[in-house]
Design a protein around this ligand. Structure first.
Ligand code: SF4
Length: 458
C-alpha cells in the first residue's frame, strides 16, 4: 500500500521553492502525490509567519484543514505543519491545536519525507531513483520557477523575526542550484523564467563574482529566457552588483530591481538597524535607472514603526514622488515577539498605523496614474501566461509573477480566423502595445503582424 500526500503552500515565492524540496523528499521516500487534500493520507501545510496578516491566514488554513478532516472518509489523515510559522510557534501549536499531528520547522524541508516516515512508522517503500521528483510541477502551467539560493539572514533588522527562526545566513553551492533547475526543466518544458529568491540575495557567495558566476551559468540554459533577481538589500553591494550586470551585458536578466528600503527617514532607519538614507536610496535608484533605461523598481515600506512621526510619513510620500517607483507594498508594522523593536518606546497605535498605510496607498495610487500613463502606446515583449474566456493575460519583463501587474488583451478569435493566423500559444513571447490601465493591470493590444519571438527581447 502506498501512502499519499498533499502540500498546501502559503506565503511568498520563497515558500513555493521550499515546497518543491518537501515534494522531492516525499517522492524520494516512496509517497505519492494525492489529487486533493481530501484524498491524501498526509496533508502538509507549508506555513508563513512573517507578519500579522500572514500568521492570521496560516491559522485560518490550519483550522479549515481540521474541519475538512472531520468530513472526509479517511479518518486517519495526518495534518503536518511545516515551515516558518511552525518553527516560530511550535510550543503554542502543540498546546493549543491538538489536531496537528506533527510540527516540522524550517531548515528541514529536504527531510520532511524521512521525518514523516519515522514519526508515523510508515513502512519502508522502495526508494525512488528516477529524477521525476517533481511530478506535480510537470503538470503545472506555470512559466516561472522560484529558486532559493540561500537561507537565513545575518542582518538583524530590529523589527524582523526571520533570523530567529530561519537562522544564520547560509548559501547553496552553485552546482546544487543548477542541478535543481535542470531537474525541473527536464520534466517541465513550460518554464521560461527563473526567479532568484532568498532572504538576502546580495550576500550570496564569498564575493560578488560568485553571484555573477551563478547568473552566467543560468543565462547559458537555452530553455530560460528571463532571469529575475529578487530581494537585493539596498546598500553599496547592490550598486556594485548592478554595475557588474551592466558591464557583463547579460541578455536575460530582466530590467527589474527589487530592493526593499522599508523607510527613508534616517532616524527610523537607524532604529530599524538598517543601512541607508533618503539620499542614498534616491542615488541608488537613479543610478540603476541610468544603467538600465527600461528598469522598473519594486520596493516596500514598513509603516508605523515605533517613533514614526507624520513628518516621516510625509518623507515617504516625497520619496515616492521623486523616485516614481512603479511597484510598492506598504506593510503595517506589527509588534513581533522576540524582536528588538518589540520593546521600543513610542509604539504607534494600530488604528493610526492602518490610517497611515491607507494614506500612503492612496498617495501611491495617484502617482501610479502618472507612471502608468507614460507607458501608453509603448510596446513590450511579453510572456503569454493565461487565456481565459476571451482574454489573454500577458506579463511584461518589468513585472514579477504573482505580485505585479499583467497586461490584459482581448482575444478576438475572428481576427485570427480571418487572417489565417495561428492563435497565440501559452508560454510564448509576443509584442503587446499598452492602450490603457485598469486598477492594477494594463490593457493592451497584440499586434497581429508581430512575429513570435523565440527569445524574449529585453
Ligand atoms: S534583511 Fe532584515 S528584514 Fe530582511 S530577513 Fe534579514 S533581518 Fe529580516
Amino acid at each position: 500500500m502506498e501512502f499519499s500526500f498533499f502540500i498546501t503552500t502559503l506565503g511568498c515565492l520563497k515558500n513555493e521553492a521550499d515546497s518543491r524540496q518537501i515534494h522531492k523528499s516525499m517522492i524520494l521516500n516512496g509517497f505519492k502525490q494525492a489529487k486533493s487534500i481530501k484524498e491524501s493520507d498526509f496533508h502538509i501545510i507549508n506555513t508563513c509567519g512573517f507578519i500579522e496578516e500572514a500568521k492570521k491566514e496560516t491559522i485560518e488554513v490550519i483550522f479549515d484543514s481540521i474541519s475538512l478532516k472531520k468530513d472526509i472518509t479517511n479518518k486517519n489523515q495526518k495534518l503536518i505543519v511545516v515551515g516558518c510559522f511552525a518553527q516560530r510557534y511550535k510550543e503554542e501549536i502543540q498546546k493549543e491545536i491538538a489536531e496537528v499531528d506533527l510540527i516540522i520547522g524550517t531548515g528541514e524541508y529536504h527531510r520532511v519525507g524521512d521525518i514523516i516516515k519515522k514519526n508515523f512508522e510508515v513502512p519502508v517503500f522502495s526508494k525512488k531513483t528516477s529524477t521525476n521528483f517533481y511530478y506535480d510541477i510537470s503538470k503545472q502551467k506555470k512559466f516561472y520557477l522560484p529558486i532559493k539560493i540561500s537561507e537565513g539572514c545575518n542582518r538583524n533588522c530590529s523589527f524582523c523575526a526571520i533570523p530567529s527562526f530561519k537562522g544564520k545566513f547560509g548559501y547553496r553551492e552553485k552546482a546544487e542550484i543548477l542541478q535543481e533547475i535542470q531537474e525541473v526543466l527536464k520534466i517541465n518544458s513550460n518554464i521560461k523564467e527563473i526567479c532568484i529568491v532568498s532572504q538576502d540575495t546580495n550576500s550570496y557567495g564569498k564575493n560578488i563574482e560568485e553571484f555573477i558566476s551563478l547568473l552566467e551559468d543560468i543565462e547559458l540554459l537555452p530553455e530560460i529566457h528571463w532571469i529575475r533577481i529578487l530581494y537585493l538589500y539596498p546598500d553599496l553591494k547592490t550598486k556594485k552588483i548592478l554595475e557588474k550586470i551592466h558591464k557583463k551585458k547579460f541578455k536575460k536578466i530582466v530590467p527589474y530591481l527589487e530592493s526593499p528600503v522599508q523607510h527613508v527617514s534616517e532616524s527610523i532607519l537607524k532604529k530599524m538597524n538598517r543601512f541607508g538614507s533618503y539620499t542614498f536610496f534616491v542615488d541608488l535608484f537613479t543610478y540603476a535607472r541610468e544603467l538600465f533605461p527600461n528598469l522598473e523598481i519594486r520596493t516596500s515600506f514598513l509603516v508605523g514603526f515605533p517613533g514614526e512621526t507624520i513628518r516621516d510619513v510625509e518623507l515617504i510620500q516625497k520619496f515616492i514622488e521623486e523616485c516614481q517607483i512603479e511597484h510598492i507594498t506598504f506593510f503595517p508594522y506589527s509588534r513581533e515577539e522576540g524582536t528588538a523593536s518589540y520593546h521600543y518606546l513610542n509604539q504607534v497605535k494600530k488604528k493610526e498605523i492602518y490610517y497611515r498605510v491607507n494614506q500612503l496607498q492612496n498617495f501611491y495610487e495617484e502617482q501610479l496614474k502618472q507612471i502608468t500613463s507614460k507607458h501608453i502606446h509603448k510596446t513590450f515583449n511579453c510572456l503569454l501566461e493565461n487565456i481565459t474566456s476571451g482574454q489573454m493575460v500577458f506579463r511584461r519583463p518589468q513585472s514579477a509573477p504573482e505580485i505585479d501587474d499583467n497586461v490584459l488583451v482581448e482575444l478576438k478569435y475572428k481576427d485570427f480566423y480571418e487572417k489565417k493566423i495561428p492563435l497565440p500559444k501559452l508560454g510564448n513571447f509576443y509584442d503587446v502595445t499598452i492602450t490603457g490601465f485598469a486598477t492594477y493591470d494594463y490593457i493592451g493590444e497584440l499586434s497581429l503582424n508581430s512575429k513570435l519571438h523565440t527569445y524574449a527581447k529585453i
